[in-house]
Ligand binder design. Structure first.
Ligand SMILES: [Zn+2]
Length: 120
């Protein structure tokens, strides 16, 4: 059965093929989309880690606000360059991807601080 896709997430092009669930019309669009994700991820990584590990300094410098401003800038760029197309992963899918890769920590890691002490 030939399926008409909703439109490539990167270029918006509609295409027909036999594979349902594909998000990109070609490998070039998939690479462009994923390269942008990696670049942005690297930008947010350092800010997020600094915010988690040196909270007082991060708060003083307004890191969270800067992260939010950066994300807004991404959204504005995406709307200008790729209007109407999703440019982020929905929350359930983002968590499922990490779960599937085995990247999500198990147990009580999130309730333990850097020194390994449990919070109350
Ligand atoms: Zn495309």
């Amino acid at each position: 059965m030939v399926v008409t896709h909703k439109g490539c997430l990167e270029c918006g092009k509609l295409w027909n093929d036999r594979k349902p669930g594909r998000e990109f019309c070609c490998s070039s669009c998939r690479l462009t989309f994923n390269n942008r994700r990696m670049k942005r991820g690297a930008e947010l990584y350092d800010l997020f880690r600094a915010m988690r590990r040196e909270r007082d300094q991060a708060k003083l410098l307004g890191l969270w606000s800067e992260m939010c401003r950066l994300e807004l800038q991404y959204q504005i760029e995406d709307e200008a360059q790729r209007p109407g197309r999703r440019s982020y992963m929905p929350p359930k899918k983002a968590l499922a991807n990490l779960f599937d890769k085995g990247s999500l920590p198990r147990g009580d890691v999130l309730t333990t601080n850097a020194a390994g002490l449990r919070r109350r």
